[in-house]
Ligand binder design. Structure first.
Ligand code: SAM
Ligand code: SF4
Length: 339
């Protein structure tokens, strides 16, 4: 009997009340960030969590082990900015060694990627999403409120050169700030094996005015890109994402769009999120969550953690009800909720 079969027979896989298997865990390893993107964080930063509020690597690994024992297969490390947390490669190596985990990905703003890439790959990282909203330095400094475009581009080049697959570029599209770069970004996919994903800007408390003014729908993005050349629908590169993918004929990469406000993805939702302070959030746009840190620190066994995960499945909502220009009553900065 294989290890995987044993896991299935003894544990049974996590599934929510709508029969959706939960196989994907997104982990925010820190709330802190070295950028201040206008759509994500206030310029002055947030009321940062203290060190002891944040889960240790050992605590994260314990939770991942419990989740893997009931069917979680994919892990994404995110933040805040995950690469600002010290020795993240050690966490990756520890997660990679967990039975049942067969996919570890990272979402990063790319500033520290080039310098950390070898250690990350040695630890077991195989794919990466890099956020980049503009290809122009002055704009970068105004959108991210810090300089650093050259370092992000170096990170993207290094990830491609070292054979990470897929390399996805996440671009939040904002009217009158960077929507005139849609075509420039799309053109990158002709000659480079990158998967550029355009994201509709989502509402969080701090950015409601920006979100209302800057929203560009995914359909408009596709129409504008489609004006320069035919876009063929294609299957996406490997991954669990909510994107729809297209490609120019003969291109090395693909173009994706992510419409977080559309409910289409909810039906296929396979994911839950762990915040940096140890709450399991059942939906990005909802307040439903359970605290895992307290039981963990009180010495919960793996069986007890698994029971908590199973119970949490009952409060995963069928879909979110967020609308353009609204924010959930308690929704705060995206980074804080572990995007
Ligand atoms: N710091 C890392 C980064 O920027 O990739 C990881 C965390 S960040 C919160 C994850 C993704 O969420 C990024 O691609 C970012 O662009 C996106 N994001 C953050 N706030 C958003 C918003 N209000 N609307 C749409 N996407 C957002
Ligand atoms: Fe930092 Fe990522 Fe938020 Fe930008 S989107 S402020 S890089 S966490």
């Amino acid at each position: 009997m294989t290890a995987k079969a044993a896991i299935d027979l003894t544990g049974g896989r996590l599934a929510d009340d709508f029969a959706r298997p939960i196989t994907y865990l997104r982990i925010s390893v820190t709330d802190k960030c070295n950028l201040r993107c206008v759509y994500c964080m206030p310029e002055g930063g947030l009321a940062w969590l203290s060190r002891d509020e944040i889960l240790s690597y050992e605590e994260i690994v314990t939770l991942v082990r419990a989740a893997a024992s009931v069917g979680v297969r994919s892990i994404r490390l995110s933040g805040g900015e995950p690469l600002v947390r010290r020795n993240i490669d050690r966490l990756i190596a520890a997660i990679a060694a967990i039975d049942g985990i067969d996919d570890i990905a990272l979402s990063t703003n790319g500033l520290l990627l080039d310098e950390q890439l070898e250690a990350l790959i040695a630890a077991g990282l195989r794919r990466v999403n890099i956020s980049l909203d503009t290809l122009h330095e002055e704009r970068f400094a105004s959108i991210a409120r810090r300089p650093g475009l050259d370092r992000v581009l170096a990170g993207i080049d290094a990830a491609i050169a070292r054979g990470l697959y897929p390399v996805k570029i996440n671009c939040v599209v904002m009217r009158d700030r960077n929507d005139d770069e849609l075509v420039e970004f799309a053109e990158l996919t002709r000659t480079r094996p990158v998967h550029v994903r355009f994201i509709e800007v989502m509402p969080v408390h701090e950015n409601l005015d920006l979100q209302r003014a800057a929203y560009v729908s995914a359909d408009e993005m596709l129409a504008r890109i489609g004006e320069i050349a035919h876009l063929r629908p294609v299957p996406g590169p490997s991954g669990n994402g909510p994107a729809r993918y297209f490609a120019f004929d003969g291109a090395l990469g693909t173009i994706g769009v992510i419409s977080p406000l559309s409910h289409d993805y909810c039906e296929r939702c396979n994911r839950v999120r762990l915040t940096a302070d140890g709450r399991l959030r059942l939906c990005l746009f909802g307040d439903q969550h359970i605290d895992l840190r307290s039981p963990l620190r009180a010495g919960a066994t793996q069986d007890e953690l698994v029971a908590l995960l199973r119970n949490a499945m009952h409060i995963k909502p069928e879909r979110h009800h967020l609308q353009l220009g609204e924010a959930s009553s308690r929704m705060r900065a995206f980074s804080e909720i572990g995007g």
